[in-house]
Design a protein around this ligand. Structure first.
Ligand SMILES: [Zn+2]
Length: 405
């Protein structure tokens, strides 16, 4: 069927006039290479004692700033790094509040948890840590400079790369792919288009360790490839990977570079599916309307070891219009948290519930009550009391209420 020029003009007019009535979003993205320029130790596997030997793929930090019609802003920063150390967040949000007048509650820092990035909290990596702090503040400044009228949409697809990695045996739970264990295969996507409808940036989430590889070369792993492939598939687009609750999830098969590339291709393809590429009519892109709001709090998590002070665990909720509620949990959260939050908070016609992990702090595993009581690798990391799940859930619910007013 050929579409007449008059029909096309009518569609363009309808899109433009409906857009003109909407509150105007502004969005700006920026990206910076953060591959170490010298030999540094690698983060993620204790057994790997020697520093990195070279670069397989550059590591990036990316920022997306959104601004609503009232001028309120939120900033997303995604990092091809093991985690967000508390010192990094503290220094960056402090400088961002001072320089750009954006409150810390509106700044989300998320790390992909690649195991082929630098151990940048070590004393011998001070120069990298300090440079990274400056780079991230400048990066956010650049994304603010890039602010331009935008249309935002939400959509999602699925990708089955992640497998649960807790297999029950007679000797307890072992680290091994478990085809029967819980997973979260959702791929949530926030699309940013220019006022004219041109795709500019994509934020996409996935809940799975970036541990296909453990060699001595810098690599973003499957998430690094997914971002690289998306930026190839959609020239001019900045792709930001937002790590989900993948604490007990691994990509399989592993340990060969070809698998990291395949997993990245699978995830990039899922993002294309979420965007309904090559469909004549788009039916699942939800235009985002309304305004931004953000809430941030900490909840004290108690250790089972006597006299060990509670851990101040950060929970952040960012409401992106009436269509997305993004809950960002700190450090290595297992999949039970995202499944439970989505189950408890999803309402028909309500905002999509998007749960990120590995955000704003990096300090070991956060098992659910179930995982803690079952035991195994993720439960042994730190001696939590089983009450941790209820405390985190209560805080998340309270903050969701706060941003939903
Ligand atoms: Zn991990």
């Amino acid at each position: 069927m050929r579409v007449s020029r008059a029909a096309l003009l009518l569609v363009a007019f309808l899109v433009q006039s409906s857009f003109a009535e909407e509150p105007r979003w502004q969005a700006g993205a920026a990206s910076v290479k953060i591959t170490p320029q010298r030999r540094l130790h690698m983060a993620g596997y204790a057994a790997r004692k020697e520093p990195a030997e070279g670069v397989e793929q550059d590591l990036f930090a990316k920022a997306l700033t959104l601004q609503d019609a009232q001028g309120q802003r939120v900033v997303f920063v995604t990092l091809d790094l093991i985690g967000v150390f508390a010192e990094l967040r503290k220094s960056v949000v402090g400088a961002v509040a001072e320089r750009f007048d954006i409150p810390p509650r509106a700044v989300l820092l998320n790390a992909s948890h690649t195991h082929c990035g630098p151990a940048y909290n070590r004393e011998d990596a001070r120069d990298y840590m300090e440079q990274l702090q400056r780079q991230l503040v400048d990066l956010i400044g650049e994304s603010i400079e890039q602010l331009a009228p935008a249309q935002l949409t939400y959509s999602h697809a699925r990708c089955s790369v992640a497998m649960n990695r807790r297999t029950p045996t007679d000797d307890g739970f072992v680290n091994h792919p478990n085809p029967n264990g819980p997973v979260d295969h959702a791929v949530p996507v926030l699309s940013v288009r220019s006022a004219e409808g041109e795709l500019r940036s994509l934020v996409f989430g996935y809940a799975c360790h970036n541990t296909t590889m453990g060699f001595r070369r810098w690599l973003g792993d499957y998430a690094g490839y997914a971002q690289e492939y998306i930026e190839q598939d959609f020239p001019g687009v900045t792709a930001l990977f937002m790590m989900g609750c993948g604490g007990d999830q691994n990509p399989y098969p592993r340990s060969e570079l070809k698998f990291a590339k395949m997993h990245g291709r699978s995830l990039a393809t899922a993002v294309g599916a979420a965007l309904e590429v090559n469909q004549r009519k788009l039916r699942h892109q939800r235009p985002i309307t309304g305004s931004l709001s953000a809430a941030f709090g900490t909840v004290d998590l108690p250790f089972a070891t006597p006299d060990r002070p509670d851990f101040p665990y950060p929970v952040q909720v960012i409401r992106i219009g009436d269509q997305i509620t993004l809950i960002a949990l700190g450090t290595e959260v297992v999949v039970d948290y995202s499944l439970r939050l989505k189950r408890e908070l999803t309402r028909a016609g309500g905002p999509a519930i998007w749960v990120a992990g590995y955000s704003n702090v990096y300090a070991g595993y956060i098992p659910s009550r179930r995982v803690l009581l079952e035991g195994g690798y993720e439960a042994r990391s730190r001696p939590w009391k089983p009450v941790l799940e209820e405390r985190i859930m209560e805080k998340a619910h309270a903050l969701v209420k706060e941003v939903s007013k």
